[in-house]
Design a protein around this ligand. Structure first.
Ligand SMILES: Nc1ncnc2c1ncn2[C@@H]1O[C@H](COP(=O)(O)OP(=O)(O)OP(=O)(O)O)[C@@H](O)[C@H]1O
Ligand SMILES: [Mg+2]
Length: 241
C-alpha cells in the first residue's frame, strides 16, 4: 500500500453519484457517493443488511438504480454486467463460481486471462490443476475463482465477501494477491469484507454504510484509527431502532 499517493485523488473508473438502490420501490441504499480509482482498494463496510451487496449489484449492472447514477469509465453506465464485463469489470462473490465437474486447469482456461498468470498469483494451485474443482477444498475453490478473475486483468474488481467462511490465514492470502494486482497492474478494487481489520490493513480508502446510508468515508489509515467506532456501527443492524 502506498503511503505517498493521495488515495482517491485520481479519476474514477467506477462511481456512484447520489445513488439510491434497492428492490421495487424500497431503497436499501440512499444517496451514496462513492468512487473507485485505478490502483486503489476501497473497502465498503457495514453490518448485515446495511446495503453492501445492493450497492455492488447496482454498480455492476445487475440492479437498475432507483435514483442517481452509476458512472463507468467516466460515462453513465448502461447495460447489464456482461457488457461492463467486456470492458473490464469483474465480480467475485462468496459463491465460488467454479465448474465443479471440470478440472482446476479447465476452469482457468475458461477465464478471459492467461492461466499461467493465475498460477503465478497462486502457485499453491499448481499441484491441483488436474483435479476436478469439486474435489478441491472451499478455500482452494475460492482461490481458483479469484485467480481466474485476476488473471483476466480486470480494470475494476468488485469483491463481495470473497472470503466468507474461510480461515483467517486464507483471507490474508487472498487479499494479499488482490493487493499485488492493484499495485502491479493498477486494478481498482471495491472490497466488501466482514473481516474489518483485515480489510483496513489492505485498503487505501473506506466507506461505512449504516442502514443504507454512508456514515463514514475516509482513508483506510483514518479508518484504522476509528476502528472501534466502525465496529460499533455493526451493532446498528437493520432492525435496530
Ligand atoms: N432481493 C431482495 N428483495 C428485497 N429486499 C432485499 C433483497 N435483497 C436484499 N434486500 C434488503 O435490502 C437491504 C440491504 O441488503 P444487502 O444484501 O444489500 O445488505 P448487505 O450489507 O450486503 O448485508 P450482508 O452483510 O448480510 O451481506 C436489507 O434490508 C435486505 O433485507
Ligand atoms: Mg451482502
Amino acid at each position: 500500500m502506498s503511503d505517498t499517493a493521495t488515495p482517491g485523488a485520481g479519476p474514477a473508473l467506477l462511481e456512484a453519484v447520489d445513488l439510491s438502490a434497492g428492490y421495487g420501490s424500497l431503497a436499501a441504499v440512499r444517496n451514496l457517493n462513492l468512487k473507485v480509482g485505478a490502483g486503489e482498494i476501497v473497502a465498503l463496510l457495514g453490518a448485515n443488511g446495511a446495503g453492501k451487496t445492493t450497492t455492488i449489484l447496482t454498480l455492476c449492472g445487475e440492479l437498475e438504480p432507483l435514483g442517481g447514477e452509476v458512472r463507468w469509465l467516466g460515462e453513465p453506465a448502461k447495460g447489464p454486467l456482461h457488457r461492463r464485463a467486456r470492458d473490464g469489470l469483474s465480480l467475485v462473490t462468496e459463491e465460488k463460481s467454479v465448474f465443479m465437474g471440470l478440472s482446476a486447469s479447465e476452469n482457468l482456461r475458461l477465464g478471459s486471462g492467461d492461466p499461467s498468470a493465475a498460477i503465478e498469483l497462486f502457485p499453491e494451485l499448481e499441484p491441483h490443476l488436474a483435479r476436478k474443482a469439486g474435489l478441491l477444498s472451499g478455500g482452494q475453490q475460492q482461490m481458483l475463482t479469484l485467480a481466474r478473475a485476476l488473471a483476466g486483468r480486470p480494470r475494476v474488481l468488485l469483491a463481495d465477501e470473497l472470503s466468507l467462511g474461510l480461515a483467517p490465514i486464507l483471507v490474508h492470502r487472498l487479499l494479499e494477491a488482490v493487493r499485488r494486482c492493484v499495485d502491479d497492474l493498477g486494478t481498482g478494487v471495491l472490497l466488501v469484507e466482514q473481516h474489518v481489520r483485515e480489510a483496513l490493513q489492505w485498503a487505501d480508502r473506506v466507506y461505512v454504510l449504516e442502514r443504507g446510508v454512508c456514515v463514514f468515508e475516509d482513508t483506510a489509515s483514518s479508518g484504522r484509527l476509528h476502528i472501534e467506532e466502525i465496529e460499533r456501527s455493526y451493532l446498528a443492524g437493520p432492525t435496530a431502532s
